[in-house]
Design a protein around this ligand. Structure first.
Ligand code: GLY
Ligand code: MN
Ligand code: MN
Length: 450
């Protein structure tokens, strides 16, 4: 559907769920040192969802399905440094706004409006001042009601969102293939990162999160790229594209630098792949996402027992969270305008009302605990890691002393971190893997690298 039509439909749906005026700010860029040397600007996702364009220093007011755009025209000085900006009227037309005003006029139209706190501190102060009350991440009253209504809308994706998400997925697949192809001649992680991000940047997209491209996959969110890569290393790449209007992909592959997995790497890769495949096969409406997490835990526990790393009955091992020693994170999360979609709202989106985070080691990092519904996009991303902070922790070592064969584990020293992550859309009849074009089979990955 045409962008304007989708935006109108989103606003109308919001009006059905929430009867009060709503004001959403886009945010503004943050200076690095002097005012016009800024960190890259990223508009608030809630603003993007209803306004469709990454406008800076703008706000929208919505009521009963109508939309007003508040934004200042470019100044002669901004035209000098940054070029002409489109006229507010023209932008208003593109997004189907019913009216448009300078930003200052917002103060006259803001009474009794609900809002969502933006990430940027200075804009949040502006929100609080104009609304004459505190706007914070701890939502209450109408703001909480609004957040719940927006969650209800953003949990499942409409056609124009899906078009964007497919584009992000497609470019991400190409980026990963480029990373594999660049590996044989690369000396350092940074060169592989560059080959991957080049593809994304060349499409005029950006990265939906800081890329992880590392031979130290055991550091779960490793954002350093200086390590030399050596034959015998596994390279873990978690890189995703974001379209210009903010829709994200989130994909991980792990490949051998040499183009050939060692026997130990291949054995563990097969365990992670079995968990990945088993979970994806089960994605369908009404399936509880937590059950997918527990399925991944079960398959990983079974695989590690077969490899002699864990000992005992897999069910018992999962019950005591022994799998989490090697798979310490959740099996995935919501994906949409954000990677970890809507986590600016805490667990409001990820957790069904009345459900809360478990304190169990094997469940506490699970970010999604809802029954799946058609139109939801989730990641499936099981992994295996040898994290020194977990494996050397005296309390954990004592607790799991008897169920880990520590000597046997030492023979798997060349498997520091493996993750396989795909973006899976829940459909009426089951699922569709938006990133399916990127190989996961070890033989094909070897060919792509070698
Ligand atoms: N790229 C971050 C994650 O997979 O959750
Ligand atoms: Mn992810
Ligand atoms: Mn990821």
């Amino acid at each position: 559907m045409h962008l304007q039509g989708s935006l109108r439909q989103r606003r109308q749906k919001l009006a059905q769920l929430f009867k009060h005026p709503v004001v959403l700010w886009s945010g503004s860029s943050c200076s690095r040192n002097f005012r016009s040397n800024t960190f890259p600007f990223r508009a608030s996702s809630h603003f993007l969802y209803f306004a469709g364009l990454p406008l800076e220093q703008a706000a929208i007011r919505m009521e009963a399905g109508s939309l007003e755009l508040f934004m200042d025209e470019g100044t002669p000085s901004s035209a000098l440094w940054h070029g002409e900006t489109p006229k507010r009227k023209d932008l208003a037309e593109v997004i189907g706004a019913n009216a448009d005003f300078p930003l200052l006029d917002l103060s006259k139209r803001i009474q009794d409006a609900a809002t969502i706190a933006v990430q940027s501190e200075s804009v949040r102060q502006q929100q609080s001042q104009l609304l004459n009350r505190t706007v914070s991440e701890t939502r209450s009253g109408l703001d909480l009601e609004l957040a719940s209504a927006i969650v209800a809308l953003r949990l499942t994706h409409d056609q124009s969102a899906l078009e964007e998400l497919r584009l992000a997925a497609q470019v991400t697949v190409t980026a990963h293939l480029a990373g594999m192809a660049a590996t044989p001649t690369a000396q350092r992680e940074s060169e592989i990162r560059a080959a991957m991000e080049r593809v994304i940047i060349a499409e005029d997209m950006s990265c939906s999160y800081q890329s992880i491209v590392t031979v130290h996959g055991e550091v779960l969110h490793n954002n350093h790229y200086q390590h030399p890569i050596h034959t015998g290393d596994l390279l873990l790449a978690d890189v995703g594209a974001e379209t210009p209007t903010g829709w994200a992909a989130d994909v991980t592959r792990t490949w051998p630098v040499s183009g050939q997995f060692s026997a130990t790497q291949r054995a563990v890769y097969d365990v992670v792949l079995a968990a990945h495949d088993a979970c994806i096969a089960k994605v369908a409406p009404s399936v509880e996402y937590q059950d997918l997490h527990l399925l991944a835990a079960q398959v990983i526990a079974e695989g590690l027992v077969d490899l002699g790393i864990l000992q005992g009955k897999p069910e018992d091992l999962v019950a005591m969270d022994a799998h989490a020693l090697f798979f310490p994170h959740g099996v995935g999360h919501l994906l949409g305008l954000d990677v970890h979609d809507m986590e600016d709202l805490g667990d409001l989106a990820g957790y069904e009302p009345g459900r809360f985070r478990s304190e169990r080691f094997g469940l506490c990092y699970l970010r999604l605990n809802r029954p799946l519904r058609p139109g939801m996009l989730v990641t499936i991303e099981p992994g295996f890691y040898q994290v020194p902070a977990l494996l050397q922790d005296p309390a954990r070592r004592a607790k799991y002393q008897k169920v880990v064969n520590w000597e046997r584990l030492e023979t798997f020293a060349d498997v520091r971190g493996i993750r396989i992550e795909d973006d899976v859309l829940v459909t009426e009849s089951g699922h569709e893997v938006l990133t399916e074009a990127l190989p996961v089979k070890p033989e094909i990955i070897e060919q792509r690298v070698g």
